[in-house]
Ligand binder design. Structure first.
Ligand code: SAM
Length: 295
């Protein structure tokens, strides 16, 4: 056990006391104090000296430290100004880390990569113990950012991890699953007990690794925005059938619903099925067929 590591429980306590830091709930602050988990995250992300790493929310640097040891360069975005002097001190042995006081949801990531990494052409990985209150917006921003992520390896609450990796037909399967599947392959690396954090959150957690899809989509959507508004509409009432969700989505417009009924029949999709039974390909086929019939 490395007693000097920032993520060592006693060292974390000392740092928090020394700087008078109290975890802020509003920023989702739960500091990791389990060295096995911290090293496990770095291993799950397969970090090497060839990698540029973006860390979201370094906290007091528990994960930043093993990342600095393993990666080429690390850029860490932290929203909480109170943590900056701490990070400045505890990370001073590492000259390949830059902490930027920035809200990740407002960051221009492609620009940041170009300006902050000495070689922006190297593989870019995101590694983080995410602030749980904004897990989905962060993931959506990362996916929308047009950056070719080599991997996104992030800790989140287990329930959200289950949604990311869910299979069709299960309770956890939904619009978040499909938004991720559209671009990436999601895999849970390992689960993490709530006792690995200070303070302990109310839920258990898991590390999810997202890597770019190797297989292209079987069918490309005509219009990605419309595909995802159809998907969100179809999952608006999970306990209702696909047909009843489509009825609400199309505000009961009889003409449009008659066309959708034909489209569903052509695609051999049972209108009485539940939305979670449909695969991403089926949603794309449905969205494309509706688009072609001007719905
Ligand atoms: N990485 C540290 C660890 O594992 O111990 C801290 C993780 S803590 C769960 C989440 C961190 O994200 C906190 O440091 C918090 O201040 C930071 N944070 C919260 N919202 C943020 C935002 N919008 N942009 C950047 N950082 C944020």
């Amino acid at each position: 056990m490395n007693k000097k590591a920032i993520g060592n429980y006693r060292r974390t306590r000392e740092i928090l006391d020394q700087y008078g830091i109290h975890a802020k709930k509003g920023f989702g602050q739960n500091f990791l104090t389990d060295l096995n988990v911290l090293n496990g995250i770095v291993q799950a992300a397969h970090i090497t000296k060839e990698d540029n790493v973006i860390e979201i929310g370094p906290g007091i640097g528990a994960l930043t430290e093993p990342l600095a040891k393993a990666a080429g360069e690390v850029i860490a975005l932290e929203i909480d100004t109170d943590l900056l002097p701490v990070l400045d001190d505890v990370l001073s042995p590492y000259d390949n880390v830059k902490v930027i006081n920035q809200d990740v949801l407002k960051a221009n990531l492609p620009e940041l990569i170009q300006t902050e990494f000495s070689d922006p052409t190297k593989p870019i990985k995101v590694v983080a113990n995410l602030p749980y209150y904004i897990t989905s917006p962060i993931l959506m921003n990362l996916l929308a950012s047009q950056v070719n992520w080599d991997a996104i390896c992030v800790m989140m609450q287990k329930e959200v991890a289950d949604r990311l990796t869910a299979k069709p037909g299960t309770k956890a399967y939904g619009s978040l699953t499909l938004a991720i599947e559209y671009q990436m392959k999601a895999k849970t690396a390992f689960g993490v007990n709530r006792r690995s954090f200070v303070p302990a959150p109310n839920v258990d957690s898991a590390i999810v690794v997202l890597t770019p899809r190797k297989q292209p989509l079987a069918v490309e959507p005509f219009d990605k925005k419309r595909l995802f508004s159809l998907i969100r509409g179809c999952f608006a009432h999970r306990r209702k059938s696909l047909w009843n969700n489509l009825k609400s989505l199309l505000t009961n417009d009889k003409d449009k619903l008659a066309i959708v009924a034909e489209v569903l029949e052509q695609l051999a999709i049972d209108p009485q099925t539940r939305p979670e039974q449909l695969s991403l390909d089926q949603f794309i086929q449905l969205a494309n067929a509706m688009h072609a019939r001007e719905i």
